[in-house]
Design a protein around this ligand. Structure first.
Ligand SMILES: NC(=O)c1ccc[n+]([C@@H]2O[C@H](COP(=O)([O-])OP(=O)(O)OC[C@H]3O[C@@H](n4cnc5c(N)ncnc54)[C@H](OP(=O)(O)O)[C@@H]3O)[C@@H](O)[C@H]2O)c1
Length: 295
């Protein structure tokens, strides 16, 4: 039987429909329009495109958003001053600083300068700590999106062996921690692999749910995947393609054509995790707006 293609756009639409109702309620009952501030530093084309998509999604949802664009030469002090200003702004409930930042800026310092209650990306150590010990808080958008993709498509991770390939702070580690929690939509047995893992293919082959967050084009091949596994491809890699209009095309971390026939389900790139990431950013911003009512 052909693999079920886990359509991130479709799931994102379902979640956005639920969010639309919540946004309407915030507007009519509390006169609050959820607001997101995006901060873009420099001219990295991928970052520009991500920030553009995030602001566009806010507008489509009837949310407020404002973009702050700073030159690549901006100093850490100037960026911190902007964050301080956004922390105080009453109409801003979520702040997103697009990563990566230029070398002269300490990313961790910037993340820690964002008020945890406006940390729509969920990267602040306070929110990461809450994730680790299972307390409510903002969950990082891409990992949260992966979790929702699984549950919305009927693949409850409970009791399953999940293998996450990649251990970054923004993707691999938080995915592993989310799915490990003793709560619904989680309860998985989790193994995390990375560049120093011995016998990675053998471990990957044990996965009921294999999550690739590596940043290496088409790294996961058919021999690394068990028959009937569910595969979520987080990777977004630009590979040169002279026949493509832009001279490149996007591929994931999974060799889709050879892996898909073995799977029960697989997420494509593009159209998989990407739309989910943006949707969970909207979700976090709406939750931040709701929490602001309680002050
Ligand atoms: N769709 C989305 O919304 C979204 C969002 C964020 C990221 N992404 C994509 O997801 C991918 C991962 O992003 P990231 O920020 O987590 O990347 P990252 O910070 O570069 O981390 C990559 C991880 O993969 C591991 N790795 C690299 N090469 C490996 C190899 N040959 N064998 C085993 N493990 C290997 C690294 O291991 P070590 O720790 O040992 O170095 C590291 O833990 C990228 O393609 C990125 O573009 C997509």
């Amino acid at each position: 039987m052909p693999a079920h293609i886990i359509d991130g756009n479709q799931i994102a639409r379902a979640i956005r429909a639920e969010l639309t109702q919540e946004i309407e309620q915030l507007k009519t009952e509390y006169q609050i329009t959820p607001g997101l501030a995006t901060v873009l530093v420099g001219e990295n084309p991928a970052s520009q495109s991500y920030v553009r998509m995030k602001n566009k999604a806010c507008h489509e949802m009837g949310m407020y958003s404002e973009q702050h664009t700073l030159p690549a030469t901006v100093s850490e002090t100037e960026l911190l001053a902007l964050i301080a200003q956004l922390n105080q702004a009453k109409n801003i409930h979520g702040i997103l600083v697009q990563l990566p930042l230029p070398k002269q800026i300490d990313e961790q310092k910037i993340i820690e300068a964002i008020l945890p209650e406006k940390d729509a990306d969920g990267f602040h150590p306070m929110n990461m700590g809450k994730l680790l010990i299972g307390l409510p808080g903002f969950r990082p958008c891409t990992p949260y999106g992966v979790q929702k993709m699984l549950t919305y498509s009927g693949y409850d991770p409970a009791g399953k062996h999940v293998v996450v390939v990649g251990r970054s702070n923004i993707v691999g580690k938080p995915i592993a921690n989310l799915l490990l929690q003793k709560e619904k939509e989680a309860n998985a047995t989790v193994t995390v692999c990375h560049s120093r893992t011995a016998n990675l293919p053998e471990i990957a082959r044990q996965a009921d749910i294999l999550i690739a967050a590596i940043g290496q084009p088409e790294f996961i091949t058919a021999e690394m995947v068990k028959d009937g596994a569910v595969v979520i491809d987080v990777g977004v890699n630009r590979v040169e393609d002279p026949s493509a209009p832009k001279g490149y095309r996007l591929v994931g971390d999974v060799k889709f054509d050879e892996v898909a026939p073995k799977c029960a389900a697989i997420s494509p790139v593009p159209g998989g995790v990407g739309p989910m990431t943006i949707t969970m950013l909207l979700h976090n911003t709406v939750q931040a707006a709701r929490a602001s009512i309680r002050g």
